[in-house]
Design a binder for this molecule. Structure first.
Ligand code: SF4
Length: 408
């Protein structure tokens, strides 16, 4: 396929595909799917080899959020039966983090529900970061606390945070349909504040909220323009008790096409499969490792993931290897740029609050000149639908905020 050859060449050169090429990836047929995975896999291997970075979520504060993000089980008015608790103490959070590190996680993602932290919250999280860093040599810490106010990113960086997560989530054009209590511009501003403080930015998206292919391409190009070091790709978990509970729009094939498109547009960035991996990719998870170079180990913020041991077995069975703390995640050119910006020697950032975080680019990236895009035998589009698999959605009942051992 000329399209795929063109995209591989561009990915190896870190050149931006055209919008038409990105849209064409989303429109490929099932017959073409393995070719798409193979092509994007070449780009993935060029920049990240066969390494898989493991990240571990610690939900510092769960539920009770005053914001109304439609996709979120912690939102205002959510009746999802999730765990609800207020701030974990630093030693509780550190114990939870240690379980993830013992399971192979290289990065710990500290997440808290809410619009954004108070300065007191930032002090509390700073103590938690220091405790985790003291007790887990070499671990990277990413904070995901919502919208930041002036000076807060600097405080987190001073406390030892390596990264900050805030996802764009969806396109600027549809953001207002998903959330009304804050704006896309608010999210962009927070990511830029994190970058200005020398934190590695982590910002991604949520697919499956009823968006069009154009929306998906919009948000991924916006991310490319914002230039985070890591891009978590969440697949909506339609929680009962939230406005998007009926949005079962994803198939495993659609998820693979989305991940491939993200890899082609952001070739040298850590692409992380985030929430919804087990629910939507299901038995196709190992194929997705050819596209993404990073996953979360074990459970998510409010839902259960597959057993941490199963994650490790999957990585080994698929011929990949868990990335160690002695390896820099990002390709040299990105790691050097990050170090020059004031961040440490570590790699990218990986946020967890699929819900939280976001940001918008100053201006959409200028597409390169168009290259030949063949006619697509489109079999997949935004209307592709999957049967509801509510049987695969399990609320987290163990780990942080409970007396039960975490899944790591
Ligand atoms: S995504 Fe974050 S800000 Fe939005 S409702 Fe959920 S916890 Fe609150």
């Amino acid at each position: 396929m000329d399209l795929l050859n063109t995209l591989v060449d561009k990915g190896l050169r870190r050149e931006l595909p055209t919008r038409e090429e990105a849209l064409a990836v989303l429109a490929t047929s099932d017959d073409e799917l393995l070719d798409v995975v193979s092509a994007a896999g070449k780009v993935r291997r060029q920049w990240f080899g066969r390494r898989v970075k493991l990240n571990y979520l610690v939900n510092l504060k769960s539920g009770l959020c005053p914001e109304d993000c439609s996709y979120c089980s912690q939102r205002l008015g959510s009746t999802a039966g999730i765990l609800k608790y207020t701030w974990l103490k630093p030693d509780e959070a550190s114990q939870a983090a240690a379980a993830g590190v013992a399971g192979g996680a290289k990065r710990v993602c500290l997440v808290a529900s809410g619009r954004g932290p108070t300065d007191r919250d930032v002090d509390r999280v700073s103590q938690t970061i220091e405790a985790i860093k003291d007790q887990n040599e070499g671990v990277e810490v990413c904070a995901c606390l919502g919208l930041l106010s002036a000076g807060q990113a600097d405080k987190l960086r001073t406390a030892g945070a390596d990264a900050y997560n805030h996802n764009l989530n969806t396109s600027e054009g549809t953001y207002g349909e998903i959330t009304t209590t804050h704006t896309y511009a608010d999210r962009v501003d927070t990511v830029q504040q994190a970058q200005a403080a020398g934190l590695s930015a982590c910002s991604g998206l949520i697919a499956g909220m009823g968006e069009t292919d154009d929306d998906l391409v919009d948000v991924v190009y916006a991310l490319r323009d914002l230039d985070p070091d890591s891009v978590p790709v969440n697949f909506l978990i339609p929680f009962e008790g939230t406005p998007l509970a009926k949005e079962w729009n994803l198939t495993p094939q659609r998820c693979l096409r989305i991940l491939a498109m993200v890899r082609f547009v952001c070739p040298d960035v850590e692409v992380r499969i985030a929430g919804g991996r087990e629910v939507h990719l299901r038995s196709m998870q190992p194929l997705a490792l050819h596209l993404a170079n990073s996953i979360f180990l074990g459970d998510y913020l409010t839902s259960e993931g597959q057993a941490g041991k199963t994650d490790l077995d999957m990585i080994a069975d698929a011929g990949f290897e868990v990335e160690g703390t002695d390896t820099v995640t990002l390709p040299e050119h990105r790691a050097d740029a990050l170090a020059a910006a004031g961040c440490g020697s570590h790699g990218d950032g990986g946020g967890g609050c699929g819900p939280c975080g976001s940001s918008e680019p100053a201006e959409p990236a200028e597409p390169a000149e168009q290259s030949a895009v063949p006619e697509q035998s489109a079999s997949s589009d935004a209307s592709e639908s999957s049967e509801a698999r509510t049987d695969l959605v399990a609320v987290r009942r163990r780990g942080a905020g409970t007396d039960l051992a975490p899944n790591a």
